[in-house]
Design a protein around this ligand. Structure first.
Ligand code: ZN
Length: 325
């Protein structure tokens, strides 16, 4: 596998949709994503269930996903209490959002950016106290790294300084996140180049939204400077609550087609990804979803990066196949 596509739909996507998908439906979808070849899936968020009832079943979803072979089960936690709950449920990896915007940090997780960085140190200390073999990885996404709906432009020096401090706190990987779709390809190249120069192997992946149609352009920019992990959500779910009607995360289906067509192996099967999309739609009838590939499928003569051929139309959304017994 050349590129890790990290599926964030069951967390990032579902948490921005007002309706709550039933636990069983979430697990059916997560299983279908795993069957399609997704090797990392963010399945839930350990936050106050009064604030985010869509994520109240996070522990049950983590537990229900743990038997998927070869899948890293990831969960979001904003603080030590959430991380401990995610760890108790068995999450393999915990992702913590730390905002580069001072105002967004207060609005999103109720603490300052400095406090959020210190909380990462607390979570790492707790993680290191666990028995070997039961220690989840701690991944950070620096949110609003490319700009903020509240604060506007965010200084690049601040983002890089934060990444260095987060690495010093012991985080395993630190990626850059653009949940509002402000990033442009030149900025992506500059920031990831600096990130790699400053924290080396701890530099993590990219999380882009397609709010202004720049999602895949930003992926290309990040690929050019050595980024190999990309978050995406099936159907592009996960719109921004501040921009009604705005599209959300970059679309897993379109990302996988682009990478495979470029000769970059994702290990993901587009036909099975379409089956997972049908299961998502069944769990969220009437919800807006996005993506081009599911409308048309692959073109004539398409080959995966592995060399395997796929018939024309593979990946096009068709009626859900009968569930295997
Ligand atoms: Zn997102």
């Amino acid at each position: 596998m050349n590129i890790l596509v990290s599926e964030v739909g069951p967390r990032d996507g579902l948490q921005s949709i007002h309706r709550t998908m039933p636990t069983e439906a979430k697990l059916r979808w997560i299983r279908a994503l795993a069957a399609a070849g997704l090797r990392e899936i963010e399945v839930g968020s350990f936050v106050n269930p009064k604030k985010l009832p869509q994520m109240a079943d996070a522990a049950a979803v983590v537990r229900g996903a743990l038997d998927l072979p070869g899948v890293t089960v990831m969960a979001l936690a904003p603080n030590l209490r959430g991380a401990q709950a995610a760890g108790a449920a068995g999450a393999h990896k915990i992702t913590m959002p730390v905002s580069a915007s001072y105002l967004h940090s207060l609005a999103n997780i109720g603490v300052t950016t400095d406090q959020a960085i210190l909380q990462v140190g607390e979570v790492v200390a707790w993680r290191d106290s666990l028995p070997a073999g039961a220690r989840p990885d701690i991944e950070i996404g620096i949110s609003t790294a490319f700009g903020c709906t509240i604060e506007g432009p965010v200084p690049e020096d601040r983002v890089i300084d934060m990444a260095v401090r987060l690495a010093e706190q012991g985080a395993d990987s630190i990626g850059l996140s653009d949940g509002v779709g402000y990033a442009n390809p030149a900025q992506v190249k500059r920031l990831f180049t600096r990130l790699h120069a400053e924290i080396g192997a701890k530099a993590g992946g990219a999380h882009f939204h397609n709010t202004r149609g720049q999602g895949l352009a930003n992926v290309i920019a990040a690929l050019d400077v050595g980024v190999t992990t990309f978050d995406a959500s099936q159907g592009g779910i996960g719109g921004c609550p501040y921009s009604p009607g705005a599209t959300g995360n970059i679309v897993t289906e379109d990302l996988v087609w682009m990478l495979e067509a470029m000769g970059l192996d994702t290990g993901i099967d587009l036909a099975r990804l379409a089956e997972a999309r049908a299961i998502l739609l069944e769990g969220l009838p009437g919800e807006a979803v996005y993506g081009y590939l599911p409308e048309v499928g692959v073109e004539k003569g398409f080959h995966y990066a592995s060399g395997a051929a796929a018939p024309e139309g593979t990946g096009k959304l068709v009626a859900r196949p009968a569930v295997a017994a």
